[in-house]
Ligand binder design. Sequence first.
Ligand code: BYC
Length: 350
Amino acid sequence: MTAVTAGTAETTGAPGVSDAAVAAEQAAYEAVFDAAVAADERIEPRDWMPEAYRASLVRQIAQHAHSEIIGMQPEANWITRAPSLRRKAILMAKVQDEAGHGLYLYSAAETLGTSRDELLDKLHSGRQKYSSIFNYPTLTWADVGAIGWLVDGAAITNQVPLCRCSYGPYARAMVRVCKEESFHQRQGYEALLALSRGTEAQHAMAQDAVDRWWWPSLMMFGPPDDESTHTAQAMAWKIKRHSNDELRQRFVDIAVPQAEALGLTLPDPDLRWNEERGHYDFGAIDWAEFWDVLKGNGPCNEERLSRRRQAHEDGAWVREAAAAHAEKHRVDKHHAEQHQHTGKHGEAQA
Ligand code: BYC
């Protein structure tokens, strides 16, 4: 969408412009925005957009970015103890991918006028959230497999529709993220399959990991639709394309046959195929646990946040060095350009 840019919106509120004229101009911008959303066009950074749309995107994208970088911790916990060189190399690549996803997403948020520093500050001071799932511990090597299969599987289910999000930079970031997440999901599934087909102790370890990660994975999709604050508006704006419950159901339907193929069971006695609905029915989710984790009371909330703050402090010298390098490069380039300029003059005169 390019018809109305944020630049033109600057005229609103100019001295001498009547309230009625401002309101009419505002309504005209809104009409263009609404029409673009209705026509499934992309909203781009310089387009006019309602402030609430901008704020909602910053909230969701920031939370998503924070989840990616906090999500590095539970898996990084197993890098030094991966059972083979092959597994270690794969896990390192995956954890690095998550850092990359964080960067794409912080960049997408920056196109909305917020800096990465500001967002990180809000994460570190607990004013912005990250996904509930990363507040659970990774107790055994099998947890790395279970996270890949279930957590990344849930993330893909949630993120594939975000590739069609109405906000261009977010949608485009999701395309690459989803490709990488599919690789992550496959590596988790394959690692879990190897354990499931291994010794009795390995099989038991895989089953135990699935038992612990199943319910928190279902919570990743967010609260039930009737308790979801943002879904209705986010769907009207085509930020979200499906509700939390729709995506949760989609994930359950995909996971059940995969669990069978793995030779593992899912810890839900109420899980059964419902012929009439054409979906699997599943048991009640412990929403009290979900809200409690969001409040900061999950098993690892404190550990994750303090590790993140520490990593940020430890990285201060890298940021300072990068900024000094950029400044030096800028000054050098400026001098070189001046030199070239005078040099050219010299040639012309000669
Ligand atoms: N955890 O109105 P609702 C990943 C909050 S990681 C924590 O339904 P919305 C990966 C919600 O923010 C996955 N908080 O919200 C990385 C809201 O509170 P606020 C990250 C949650 O936004 C590394 C309140 O509850 N993925 O991919 O419409 C390794 C009410 O919720 C959660 C994304 O972030 C939760 N699970 O829907 C492996 C995807 N759920 O903000 C994998 C992008 C809800 O009003 N995000 N809340 O204070 C989304 O699609 C949506 O934001 C959600 C929630 C579906 C998560």
